[in-house]
Design a protein around this ligand. Structure first.
Ligand code: ZN
Length: 160
């Protein structure tokens, strides 16, 4: 016989987190940098992937699940990225496409974004790296980094 302890359950099974919906004030908060890369942080990253998949999103920022820390997950066309403390260091070109957001159900708005971005970030274990992305992945990165600064897609477009 084997009985899972509370800590086994907490660390082994990803959970679906509650996604905060507009106008929840947490979505307007500016997130703080991540400084502790411990087991609880890795567990939260896994839970965010689980949550993003469950709601059929392609990106999820920590503030969307009520965690005011600078990290985000995304998965698109087989690419799976975790960006912690991300900073856009350069951007090139501009494109307009419609975007949606898990925190704004049934809202789709055209948003102007850079076509290509260079980003500095750290990995889920705290190792610094740089990234160059273009096209839709660059768009997702910009959308999720906006969340970390309390910005939403509707801020990019005049509301009627
Ligand atoms: Zn969003």
């Amino acid at each position: 016989m084997w009985v899972a302890s509370n800590s086994d359950l907490r660390y082994n099974f990803p959970m679906i987190l509650q996604v905060r919906m507009f106008p929840d004030p947490v979505l307007r908060q500016v997130c703080e940098p991540v400084t502790v890369f411990d087991a609880a942080f890795l567990k939260t990253v896994n839970d965010m992937f689980e949550t993003m998949h469950y709601f059929k999103g392609v990106g999820l920022a920590a503030s969307q699940v009520g965690i005011l820390k600078q990290f985000l997950v995304l998965e698109y066309e087989g690419r799976r990225l975790i960006l912690t403390n991300p900073v856009i260091t350069a951007s090139f070109g501009s494109t307009v496409e419609e975007e949606g957001c898990l925190s704004l159900p049934n809202v789709r708005v055209p948003v102007t974004r850079a076509h290509k971005v260079e980003v500095s970030a750290v990995s889920k274990v705290g190792k610094p790296f740089k990234l160059k992305e273009k096209g839709f992945i660059a768009r997702i990165i910009q959308h999720e980094i906006d969340h970390l600064h309390g910005r939403l897609i509707t801020d990019h477009t005049p509301l009627p």
